[in-house]
Design a protein around this ligand. Sequence first.
Ligand code: FAD
Length: 408
Amino acid sequence: TRRFDVVIAGGGAAGIATAASLLKRRPGTTVAIIDPATEHYYQPGWTLVGAGVFTPEQTRRSEVTLIPQAANWIRETVTGFDPEHNQVRLGDGSSVEYTTLVVALGIKLDWAGIEGLVDTLGKNGVTSNYRYDLAPYTWKLVQGLNSGTAIFTQPPMPIKCAGAPQKAAYLSCDAWRRRGVKDAISVEFDTCTPGLFGVAAFVPALMAYIRRYNIAFNPKTRLVKVDGASRIATFEKTTDSGTETIERKFDMLHVVPPQAPPDVVRDSKLADAAGWVSVDPTTLRHTAYANVFALGDCAGTSNAKTAAAVRKQAPVVAYNVAATLDHRAVGAEYDGYGACPLTVERGKIVLAEFAYNGALTPTLPKWLLDGQKPTWLAWFLKEKIMPLLYWDFMLRGREIMVKPKVKA
Ligand code: FAD
């Protein structure tokens, strides 16, 4: 059995960022990253692919160019965790052994969780920005629609980038408005959540756009079935008196799939009651196994599941993993920061930044960028700066503005 100081399960945003940060902090550490994927995606860019701003290729790079030189890439699937014996099982039947483990497997998109959806995705007007190959279809549909009904849906929480379902609605409406066809298209946003956004401070700015685009906002409404051929979406709406079933005809349907912890995590000893990796929200260390850490979408923490959160979590985990290897205390602390750039129109964003319990944590001073208002500066950051920050800083372990807070 191969043995490493650190085994990282998953080479997405969180896995690569942690490996890079760790190798900078503690050169000479033996690190293995386990991920079968040969391509790596900048998923936050998919919202802009769906709006015709980015090409799909701008959001994709080959994994081999991102794995840090000093790390070992094991191109296998993680099939099991054995934290009692410090081992991870792989798809080829072998195991790897670790001194410390970092779990960064992301979130599972449960496309099959909506009846009929899988058969009609990518045709019959049914699309989703949650897949690389489908985001361009969103833009194609937006360009092709001149009248009719467009429906945008959001599944139950938690999901990655909770704002993404409504971002798709706003950017589509903006494109229709600019083309002069908006009044001929009736738009609805159906969400399982009781409100538009989880942090109250950002709701007024978003509600203003719901009104501006004349979007019918339907809370507590769950998409349960899609009949692509006849273009009918079926919803269940929770009311005071029970559940009501509603059928709607659509010309365009943008679906965000239900989301869940990865099966391999849920079925392991690492999982909490809901199936996510059970970690301390501050140190990101496992609640039962002191040499196990988790970050990113698979972690059982209440922050917004975003790449922005990963940017702050990775240095914390890297610091605490290094401390564990050196028999020091895990002193680095994560405050729950996450960010959701809500693209309310082309050229303007409401930049929601917040930490645990909805505490507002703006990066820039309010006079420069007021996150509770739509600003062009936030759009500029999203379009020009954040991709750069992701590829060339976060994934390379270059940490600007993310010094982890360390307890003495
Ligand atoms: P991922 O980056 O998804 O990586 C998970 C990795 O694990 C993958 O490489 C996968 O191949 C690997 N893996 C899975 N299962 C296994 C297995 N069994 N064995 C081995 N490897 C495995 N975030 C923002 O900050 N701002 C935004 O505006 C934003 N917008 C978004 C819009 C959309 C449409 C989407 C889909 C996401 C958006 N996000 C945004 C969220 C962001 O992309 C994720 O939060 C981030 O990628 C999480 O990183 P991660 O490493 O946890 O998961």
